[in-house]
Design a protein around this ligand. Structure first.
Ligand SMILES: Cc1cn([C@H]2C[C@H](O)[C@@H](COP(=O)(O)OP(=O)(O)O[C@H]3O[C@H](C)C(=O)[C@H](O)[C@H]3O)O2)c(=O)[nH]c1=O
Length: 183
């Protein structure tokens, strides 16, 4: 596996070794020991999630506040998404900065973000199945987010905004300037 740290400290892209033969392919989608060795921290994923969305769906920017903050290891098993992590760690030199990564079933790239990040993705293919691991359980009372088109975050979602599909919840998330970081 090839693991590269992004410009946001603690966030990594992971490229698994894929073994192809006449039957198809095989790869280890997660290996605890190798993962911890590469990212340099111990991680205990406690929940796997999967969502399927149609083209133009934008889910995010979401995070849970402490004590239910979540680290996430995300990947796409069908289709293509633009995945975005935003640094919410108030003492980080990249506070408010984001990293975008193209995740596809074809490239099999995975993206890890530690606790203290907002996360969202936009579906670029007709449909996409998104699969991810989190290291803290879902806590709806601690689940919140920042609006996808926040001017200060200035994320280029590379998609016509008129064609975006968002949940009512996501349409009404707070702005970054009103956000007080608990991280
Ligand atoms: C996240 C979650 C949701 N749910 C239930 C709650 C709702 O009834 C339903 C849909 O939830 P929501 O609209 O929050 O799902 P997403 O918009 O995909 O939220 C996720 O999308 C972004 C990209 C993330 O990074 C987070 O993991 C998460 O916030 O699933 C659960 O039962 N458990 C869970 O862990």
């Amino acid at each position: 596996m090839t693991v590269k740290e992004t410009a946001l400290k603690g966030c990594f892209t992971i490229q698994p070794n894929v073994f192809e033969d006449k039957r198809g392919y095989f790869f280890e989608s997660f290996n605890q020991g190798k993962f911890e060795e590469h990212i340099g921290i111990k991680i205990d994923f406690v929940q796997d999630n999967e969502s399927k969305s149609q083209k133009g769906v934008l889910r995010g920017l979401h995070f849970q506040i402490p004590p239910y903050a979540q680290a996430k290891l995300v990947r796409v098993v069908q289709g293509e998404v633009l995945d975005v992590a935003v640094d919410l760690r108030k003492d980080s030199p990249t506070f408010g900065k984001h990293q975008s990564v193209l995740l596809t079933a074809k490239n099999k790239t995975q993206f890890f973000m530690p606790r203290g990040f907002a996360h969202g993705f936009l579906v670029l293919s007709d449909t996409a199945i998104f699969s991810y691991k989190i290291d803290n359980v879902y806590a709806p009372d601690h689940d919140t987010g920042i609006i996808w088109n926040d001017k200060d975050l200035n994320i280029d979602w590379q998609f016509e905004k008129e064609k975006l599909i968002l949940s009512e919840k996501d349409k009404n998330l707070q702005s970054f300037k009103n956000f007080k970081s608990p991280f």
